[in-house]
Design a protein around this ligand. Sequence first.
Ligand SMILES: [Zn+2]
Length: 249
Amino acid sequence: MVSKTIDLLKKDLPVEQSSLVLSQDVKTGLVLVDVVNGFCTVGAGNLAPREPDKQISDMVEESVRLAKLFCEKNWPVFAFLDSHHPDIPEPPYPPHCITGTDEARLVPALQWLENEPNATLKCKDCIDGFLGSIEKDGSNLFVDWVKNNQIKAILVVGICTDICVLDFVCSTLSARNRRILTPLEDVIVYSSACATFDLPVHVAKDINGALAHPQDLMHHIGLYIAKGRGARVVSEVSFAVCVESDTDL
Ligand SMILES: [Zn+2]
């Protein structure tokens, strides 16, 4: 039933995806959205997967691979961490990623980023990381990161494709169009390194007030909307072979 629906959806709402080859010619930053235990680690909390989830574990694996490669090259990395004050709810979601708990920490395979000088970590207490980057003095940590590093393209990965990833991408595209993010040009969503949670309709109907959220459908719709806002969507990312040219020095 769901697979038939998604086939229809992909036919009527196609998302064309290309391959991305990263090279040092285009200054690119990696943005990790909420690759934290509370959303990614089995059994870690109200919004964590209840059982192993391939879309989510593939997303984590690919995010870790990219983070390592970016840091090896000294390319900038920015990581959002969902993090909430215990007394401030985020409806319609149940309490999750409470500040200071393990839920609000990066997944174990990414915790090395906490001590990585190349990475900027930002705890956010809202869905949209662009808004979550506004500091008390009115500055914006994400905008400063783009400008200070002179970033021309961002590669966005993480969770959830149709929620935190999407809202961040939409706001970033609007900010770019307003020339707030100069020199940023491209906002690229890497589909294989994004994931969303699964709450099928037959499960949601037994949970009071829950909204059904079938994983594959919502992941696809998230990508479709991101593309409609002006993001580029890619399904593969590789790095150009770096040719050292000492003679140029
Ligand atoms: Zn949250």
